[in-house]
Design a protein around this ligand. Structure first.
Ligand SMILES: NC(=O)c1ccc[n+]([C@@H]2O[C@H](COP(=O)([O-])OP(=O)(O)OC[C@H]3O[C@@H](n4cnc5c(N)ncnc54)[C@H](OP(=O)(O)O)[C@@H]3O)[C@@H](O)[C@H]2O)c1
Length: 286
């Protein structure tokens, strides 16, 4: 890990009950940054393991919760916020033709709309400070689509578009926008995706019912990770750079699949890229 930073930054992180958010909160606090973690549910506050890191409740699907969570976070930082790590999200597997309006809306409420509401609130503070770092946890699925991941892919492609636009609009303000693009990372992502899948997708009655049973079996194999899976510390490393470097990058690819798909997308025509992505997903079965 790089040497400790010269300047301790205040940072709010969303989605810290597990996985990447939990790891990044611990890692940044250990480097001396003033971290405020946020979690969606009150029970997660009760279970919060790190007494030295303040934790607040913030549900990204609810504007009132975003306002209350941000106000609570600012009470821990003296009203200043140097950085925001937008991270809390979930995956909703399922074929595009099985996505209801409610399903797509739920995916976007959390993964995109909530992030932008929070970001816009924080930009007001950052503009007044003349400094800020907005760090977006996107995905390899923000640059390449895979079958049966349409809702999640759409939310991350949209996040990439908003972030690229925002970065240009904020040029010269002292506020930098960085996208982290992880491939598979160890976390509770699959378990949480299974819950969303069961809630929103007509698993039994879909034309894809047989494929869905296989997908459920895959989501239910906690011990078996996707190829090239890395621990969440791989993301932490990129967040540290985006937060501490005088010249944060616009994009931070993480894991082999992200580097590979980003390169292939630049080189291959769309139909050849489809072939690669279908192969990589086992014809949509993985
Ligand atoms: N794991 C991967 O392979 C991978 C790859 C690329 C990108 N990512 C991205 O990494 C980020 C973190 O995911 P993870 O892998 O760490 O998965 P995770 O262990 O499932 O963590 C997701 C976190 O988001 C929270 N969350 C869900 N809905 C929320 C809402 N409405 N408001 C606030 N928080 C909410 C969850 O809280 P609850 O516990 O309350 O559900 C949890 O704390 C996500 O943006 C994901 O898209 C993950």
């Amino acid at each position: 890990m790089a040497k400790p930073p010269l300047i301790a930054r205040s940072i709010l992180i969303t989605g810290c009950s597990s996985g990447i958010g939990l790891c990044v909160a611990r890692g940044l606090a250990d480097r001396g940054h003033r971290v405020v973690a946020s979690v969606r549910h009150a029970e997660a506050i009760a279970r919060w393991p790190h007494v030295d890191i303040p934790v607040v409740q913030l549900d990204l699907s609810d504007d009132a919760s975003i306002d209350a969570g941000l106000a609570a976070a600012l009470s821990h930082t003296g009203g200043r916020l140097d950085a925001l790590f937008n991270n809390g999200a979930f995956g909703l597997p399922g074929a595009v033709e099985d996505l209801s309006r409610a399903a797509l809306r739920a995916q976007f409420e959390t993964n995109l709309f909530g992030w932008q509401v929070l970001t816009n609130r924080v930009i007001v503070l950052m503009r007044a400070q003349g400094f800020g770092r907005i760090i977006q946890n996107s995905s390899v699925l923000g640059i390449a689509a895979l079958p049966f991941r349409g809702a999640y892919v759409a939310s991350k492609f949209a996040l990439e578009g908003l972030s690229d636009t925002l970065r240009m609009e904020l040029k010269g303000t002292g506020i930098a926008v960085s996208l982290i693009e992880p491939g598979p990372i160890e976390s509770r992502f699959r378990a949480n995706a299974e819950a969303a899948f069961r809630r929103f997708i007509p698993i039994e009655t879909s034309v894809h019912a047989i494929a869905y049973q296989k997908q459920l079996a895959r989501l239910n194999q906690p011990g078996i990770a996707a190829p090239f899976t890395l621990p969440p510390e791989a993301v932490l490393k990129r967040v540290i750079h985006a937060l501490e470097s005088p010249r944060p990058q616009a994009r931070y690819p993480v894991t082999v699949p992200t580097y590979l798909f980003a390169a292939l997308r630049r080189l291959l025509p769309t139909r050849a890229m489809d072939w690669v992505l279908l192969k990589a997903s086992g014809g949509g079965k993985r």
